[in-house]
Design a protein around this ligand. Structure first.
Ligand code: DAH
Length: 347
């Protein structure tokens, strides 16, 4: 009887175990051809089915379908078993060479920031870190910014809170705010550097970024003079860029220093002869500085008749650019390993 034959085959299929096969791939294929191949069981039974009288067709059709599904499902099951086993064999192959874990290294900005901190540490400056979200007082007012200064404008500053009648809160636009925090809470002598992240509302390009790093230095004591500032700057420039480095100061303006200056160093690429990095001038601008404005000392509770001080601030990205000849600011933040690995050995 056709019906008995079909259920016999179904039982046989369901009982088949791939574990019993020797050459699994070949035997699976043989199994498939036997049931589902052109001259296989399925087609042979189908020929018999076609000859059945109409009344029996429905029942036999259902049975045949069941047989076909059972055969197809079994072949799939066999294949899945073999694939999984192959994966496991590869995973557990103890003779395969180990995957090397890549060795990490410090980011060039961290290295540069540490180097600046160490140079200042050798002459008695200690590192202070402070908040990145600042209020108007520490960011602008205590630093003698006039009320209409452009830095107080949305265009330059990311405000966190800017409401009529409330103190404004913003992401700090410079690390000079740390000066204020230290002077408010410490009595001179003060000799600190403040490294950290700063934020400005700038379109990102090769020369500007909305996040960058600064190091601020502050020295307040009795009898601190501009001569102290100059010697400190010269010492720093030589330590950072080499013994042959020369400096020059140009008068400038910052609300929190009086007098203010910008410092250039002799171009460390061409040695001052003029090249495309220094745009033919032989000089590179590297930082802003000056004598702390008496208004700032007073705003922070320090008697400006008794104490004087100097401050300076520099961009870490720029320092690293000049030192390692990096042409595009965006490279610092893209985490392209080809860029990062160039600095593996600078520690
Ligand atoms: N805060 C200034 C800036 O972000 C940098 C600066 C200039 C800091 C002069 C100072 C300074 O301490 O004296 O551009």
């Amino acid at each position: 009887m056709l019906k008995d034959l079909i259920s016999q085959y179904i039982n046989e299929i369901r009982a088949a175990r791939v574990e019993d096969f020797q050459d699994k791939a070949a035997e699976i294929e043989k199994f498939r051809v036997r049931f589902l191949g052109r001259k296989g069981v399925m087609n042979e039974l189908f020929e018999q089915f076609k000859a059945l009288p109409g009344v029996q067709k429905k029942e036999m059709g259902i049975a045949l379908n069941e047989l076909k599904n059972a055969a197809m499902a079994k072949v799939e099951e066999f294949k899945a078993f073999v694939e999984e086993k192959m994966d496991a064999d590869v995973r557990h192959d103890l003779t395969l060479p180990a995957e090397l874990a890549g060795r990490g290294s410090r980011h060039v900005l961290s290295v540069t920031m540490n180097e600046i901190a160490e140079i200042f540490a050798r002459i008695g400056f200690t590192v202070v870190e402070s908040v990145e979200i600042e209020d108007d007082w520490h960011l602008f007012s205590a630093l003698n910014f006039p009320p209409d200064h452009p830095a107080r404008d949305m265009q330059d500053t990311f405000f966190v809170e800017k409401e009529e009648g409330k103190q404004e809160v913003a992401l700090r636009t410079h690390t000079s705010s740390v000066q204020v925090r230290v002077m408010e809470t410490h009595k001179p002598p003060i000799r600190i550097i403040a490294p950290g992240r700063v934020f400005r509302n700038e379109a990102i390009s090769a020369r500007a970024h909305c996040i960058f790093h600064q190091v601020e230095a502050l020295y307040v004591d009795k009898h601190v003079t501009f001569a102290d500032l100059k010697q400190t700057l010269l010492y720093f420039a030589k330590e950072m860029f080499g013994e042959q480095t020369q400096i020059r100061l140009r008068p400038s303006y910052f609300p929190f220093t009086e007098p203010s200056a910008e410092m250039d160093i002799s171009c460390n690429i061409c040695g001052g002869k003029g090249c495309n990095i220094c745009k033919g001038t032989g000089w590179l601008e590297i930082l802003g500085c000056g004598m702390v404005d008496p208004n700032v000392l007073e705003a922070c509770g320090i008697d400006s008749k008794e104490y004087t001080g100097f401050a300076l601030g520099m961009g870490v990205e720029r320092m690293a650019m000049l030192k390692y000849q990096i042409r595009d600011l965006r490279l610092y933040f893209e985490n392209d390993l080809r860029f990062l690995h160039q600095f593996d050995n600078i520690i």
